[in-house]
Design a protein around this ligand. Structure first.
Ligand code: ACO
Length: 332
């Protein structure tokens, strides 16, 4: 029997502020019709000020309660976050403090929208070796803070939220397939400390250091078409690769839970994989793209709605900045 992961509990937090496409159109030159047609998004949640750590804590509390574990039992907290309020302490350490998870060691994983899936694969390694028994994964994103509201092609796509899962060692099937393509990294870009002044950085504007074209402020930028081309293959390739490693055919999956980036990307993947939309969970219409939080938010909703039954075979798929992609196949 393969060493797998068992998702013992799930949780989520969505800010209460609902921003519809019509609300956005008051500030941005766009329309409900354009956004719905191109993306499937009807509305999203935007934080009214709740920082990542706060959203993460709410999702984490739900997940540990759902799993029936005490904070002291958590051995590792892995956060995934590309919109942190602080580079350090990481979101994971702030969550540890708020939960009182005093026995955990905590760190942040950087794989953009693929974060949850990458974290699950890393967690499986710790669980398989026996160096951890209970791991909390928390994905929390304040995408609204990295959006340029003058750039209508990106600011309509994203939302804020957090999702969390408690994972333990499982005995069911397991397969994972991760892939990264640094060559297309410029397609999704968010600057950090590059270009910051110090008295010694007299050569900081040297063009040879410009790995990527300069961007406006600290906002994210995206080449939508390049990302679309990448993602059209990312879901089918990683999901079929993960299924192969798990020793099952794609059509044996009970559910596919993909990163919620764009309904058209999800529909394209369904078509390419000959996998029916009825078995693909979608909530992008309500929450837009919450980066790495999207997959655990889906899991938490599905869990609460009783859509996931023990023994079901599910694939979780992520893709995003890096560019990164990945899928994990587990038994629920
Ligand atoms: N409202 C109205 N018009 C718009 C908007 C908007 N919000 N945004 C762009 N347009 C206009 C453009 O200006 C352009 O007009 P023009 O023809 O007069 O120049 C026209 O619409 C077409 O623009 P395109 O960019 O070619 O539109 P496209 O059909 O490619 O759709 C989209 C854009 C939705 C971004 C698409 O490329 C896409 O889905 N890409 C993938 C993006 C994605 O999923 N990113 C996130 C994944 S990774 C992660 O999660 C971080």
């Amino acid at each position: 029997m393969m060493s797998s992961v068992f998702i013992a509990g799930t949780g989520r937090y969505l800010p209460s502020q609902v921003v519809t496409n019509k609300d956005l159109a008051k500030y941005v030159d766009t329309s409900d019709e354009w956004i719905v047609q191109r993306t499937g998004i009807h509305e999203r949640r935007f934080s009214t000020g709740e920082p990542n750590w706060y959203m993460g804590v709410q999702a984490a509390k739900q997940a540990i309660e759902n799993a029936g574990v005490a904070p002291e039992e958590i051995d590792i907290i892995i956060s995934s976050c590309i919109t942190p309020d602080y580079f350090y302490p990481t979101v994971a350490c702030s969550i540890q403090d708020e939960l009182g998870a005093v026995n955990a060691f905590c760190w942040n994983l950087g794989a953009a929208c693929s974060g949850f899936v990458y974290a699950l694969d890393v967690a499986r390694g710790y669980l398989a070796t026996g160096s951890a028994k209970t791991i909390l994964i928390v994905c929390a994103e304040n995408m609204s803070k990295s959006l340029d509201f003058d750039d209508r092609s990106t600011c309509v796509l994203f939302g804020d939220g957090a999702g969390a899962a408690v994972v333990k060692k499982g005995e069911g099937l397991y397969g994972s397939r991760m892939a990264s393509d640094g060559k297309t990294g410029a397609a999704l870009l968010a600057p950090a400390l590059l270009g910051v002044n110090t008295p010694f950085a007299y050569d900081k504007d040297n063009p040879k250091y410009n790995k990527y074209a300069p961007t406006k402020g600290n906002y994210m930028t995206m080449d939508g078409r390049a990302v679309y081309r990448f993602t059209a293959h990312a879901i089918p390739n990683t999901v079929s690769g993960a299924c192969e490693r798990a020793g099952i055919a794609v059509d044996e999956l009970d559910w596919l839970i993909p990163h919620q980036a764009n309904l058209r990307i999800i529909e394209k993947a369904s078509e390419r994989m000959h996998f029916p939309m009825e078995k693909i969970y979608v909530n992008i219409d309500r929450f837009a793209n919450t980066s790495c939080a999207s997959v655990p938010i889906c899991l938490s909703e599905m869990n609460d709605q009783g859509k996931l039954k023990r023994g079901m075979k599910i694939a979780l798929a992520g893709f995003g900045g890096g560019l990164t992609s990945g899928a994990v196949v587990i038994e629920w």
